[in-house]
Design a protein around this ligand. Structure first.
Ligand SMILES: [Zn+2]
Length: 62
C-alpha cells in the first residue's frame, strides 16, 4: 500500500448545493451581495441587499 502511487484516475468532484439565503423581511431569494467580510473564526459575513424590498442584512457563511 503506497498512497503516493495512486492511479491517475479522476473522479468528478461532488457537487454541493448550498441552500440559498432568503430575505428575513420578505422571504425573497433575489439577493445581491454587496461585500463580504472574513471573520477571525473563518466564517464569512456577507452584506446582502434584497432586490425585492431593499432590506439589507448579513448572511454568515461558515
Ligand atoms: Zn426582501
Amino acid at each position: 500500500m503506497n498512497a503516493s502511487t495512486k492511479p491517475a484516475k479522476r473522479t468528478p468532484p461532488p457537487i454541493v448545493w448550498v441552500t440559498r439565503a432568503r430575505c428575513p423581511n420578505c422571504d425573497s431569494a433575489d439577493l445581491q451581495t454587496r461585500r463580504s467580510t472574513q471573520s477571525a473564526d473563518g466564517s464569512t459575513a456577507r452584506n446582502t441587499l434584497c432586490r425585492e424590498c431593499g432590506e439589507t442584512f448579513l448572511v454568515v457563511v461558515e
